[in-house]
Design a protein around this ligand. Structure first.
Ligand SMILES: Cc1ncc(COP(=O)(O)O)c(C=O)c1O
Length: 196
């Protein structure tokens, strides 16, 4: 039966994707053309690909190169499918400030259930329009004392957890590295940190 054309871009017209899909349908052809991409994540497909071996999920929003952004419903779907899974999330949010139309950047860190299992990657290069600096930072939900202890013991660089200076141990997840050191000391520490 001839197919109705339903354009996703009514003001613009009909795309080649729609035209070829209709032609395939009308002539019973096997449709190997590509659908019009909306760059939404198919969370059911993601769920089907999770296995007990899955350790880490890498996300990128706002996304390069498609420009798509994860929305509140994506976060809900993600929470749902990871609910009982032992999976960490690496959330690449380097384009967090390049977002339009009053859309809220759904950082993983806004969602406590997800934040506790996530690492958020941000880039000063992108935020301050200094591409090429290659300087950024990574956020995690690990308490600062635990983080300081871990990188001292496992990676050989000691720092000061800032919560130690608050009488109630308020923890902003910030550690302090002292830069008043010899260049060679800082270089050795940087080498070790870059290896993590
Ligand atoms: C999605 C994404 N993540 C990370 C990076 C790396 O950013 P930077 O070079 O500022 O560290 C890029 C750079 O193009 C990027 O597109």
């Amino acid at each position: 039966m001839p197919m109705e054309i339903d354009s996703k871009l009514p003001e613009v017209g009909v795309t080649i994707f729609t035209v070829m899909s209709k032609l395939a349908n009308d002539h019973g052809a096997i449709n190997l053309s590509q659908g019009f991409p909306d760059y939404k994540i198919d969370w059911n497909a993601v769920k089907d690909h999770l296995s007990p071996k899955t350790r880490l999920m890498i996300l990128n929003s706002p996304h390069n190169p498609s420009g798509s952004v994860l929305l509140e419903d994506d976060m809900q779907a993600l929470k749902h499918i990871l609910n009982s899974a032992d999976v960490l999330i690496l959330s690449d949010e380097v384009y967090e400030h390049i977002i339009f139309d009053d859309v809220i950047h759904e950082s993983i860190s806004r969602h406590p259930e997800l934040a506790s299992r996530s690492f958020v990657v941000s880039s000063f290069g992108k935020t301050y329009h200094t591409t090429g600096w290659k300087i950024g930072y990574c956020l995690s939900d690990e308490p600062d004392v635990a983080f300081s202890r871990r990188i001292t013991i496992d990676h050989g660089v000691a720092s000061i957890p800032v919560s130690a200076f608050y009488h109630d141990h308020t923890d902003h997840r910030v550690v302090r590295f002292c830069f008043a050191k010899k260049n060679e000391t800082l270089e050795r520490a940087a080498e070790k940190l870059c290896r993590i």
